[in-house]
Design a protein around this ligand. Sequence first.
Ligand code: HEC
Length: 500
Amino acid sequence: MFKKILKWFFGIVVLAVAGLWLFWPSGYAINGPLLDFMTGKQLDAPSESVLKARFKLPEDFRIGVFASGINNVRSIAVTETGDIVAASMRPGEIILLHRDEDGDGASDGRTVLASGLGHPHGLALFGGYLYIGETEQIVRGSFDAEARTLGELEAVFTGMPAGGNHTTRTLGFGPDDMLYVTVGSSCNACFEKQPYRASMLRMNPDGTGAETFATGLRNSVGFDWNPATGGLYATDNGRDLLGNDTPHCELNLLEQGADYGWPYAYDDRQPDPEFGPGNEGKVQASRPLVHGFGAHRAPLGLRFFGLDNAPQGFEGAALAALHGSWNRSELAGYKVVSLHFGADGGVEERDFLTGFELDEDVIGRPVEMAFGPDGGIYISDDYSGSIYKVGWGDINVPGFAEKIKQAIGPLAKFDAVALFNMTEKGAGVFNDNSCAACHDPAAAADGVQVKILEGLTARYDIDGLTALFAAPPGPMPPFELDKADSEALAVYLLSSFGEK
Ligand code: HEC
């Protein structure tokens, strides 16, 4: 009897597979590590040689594995002491990765801050607390960055929807010190019945006063504020099953009360074939995207460079992590791109980090970025359970920040990125004012008495040099320097000619 049932069962399975194979409709292409994602299967972190061979970055940037073996690592956040908090979604842990003090490019150790959580994805550090976005609730505990401890967790907001397609809850504190949370849709495309679905919420830091901030967001996993304009931007994953190239995954500029279209519309007020008809008013009232990533790219994390930590060429830009497609015959996404915002509101997308996918072979899926105080750009990858660290220029060459700080007392108040940028700028001011003509033996004309600059830190701090530039002694000509130029020049002189 049992054998007979088994036979029937196998027969049905074989027929079903054959039928699916024959009659699989276009638009339903499945390609990509979907099964691995559903089962939570993890790859190993790429080896040094694989990293070198496959990963491509803009010139002057380099990459290494900062930490590995963090299952399903999703959001990451940098603490005030330079450690990295990471959400390990499955098995539901929050892990603190200790900063790299020995200068080998890798985390020096780890502490499990919390465990047994329900699909933690979102993280935010605010007001002495670490906030964690579980699927059904937001919890927080007081966080001591120096002691590397997290206090008992308390729920600040409960009652978020469970189940369904999109279980991640992304957190972020705005310039208004309010807590913003995104909650994805329960389905690919449908009319939602549960509250809070497919929207962004906003609430007080203690979880009171929650309100819907924006709607029509199918699954906005990444959001951040442009520090130059204050504008709140969010990525959104476009719906599936409409073919390889429809619709775009979106970058949206979120405004309070606005509706971004899902499920009625996508792209620029294009009616959805299933949900648009009969809802023309909603389609027309929906907000268009500000940038299309292309279909199925699955943009997740979005992170703007700060006003003074951007590498050259990335001023005002943001990074977006494209997690990669599953519903597309050819793989797309699987990379980190930079977004450059034009004065006309247009957005230019450039490749930043590629190589997660090569010739349809996938070794990682980027999720989120965070910037370290040493200028390092951290990138999480939930498929290989790794966090990469990208460095650039002199920044984050092991020991760079420490070297400068030890040698030069007055500059200790700047972080490595500020030092790097100001030194570059100061060198320009030095050039533009022909300082070398009297201070660099190699550049001085014959017969000019050269005054060698050395040991400046023993005699000057930044204010002292600024005062000197304002009233230059002896044969020095008067200089026309504004405050920023003067400070940058002082930083350059102290870091270049500080020692005897
Ligand atoms: C025409 C030649 C000349 C030019 C141009 C010139 N300097 Fe000087 N600078 C001197 C001389 C000479 C002294 C030494 C003055 C003294 O000791 O009284 C000096 C002194 C200094 C000192 C103090 C050095 C010490 O050891 O205390 C600093 C700093 C300095 N210059 C920076 C600059 C910078 C920056 C520029 C360009 C913005 C510049 N100078 C342009 C000739 C020049």
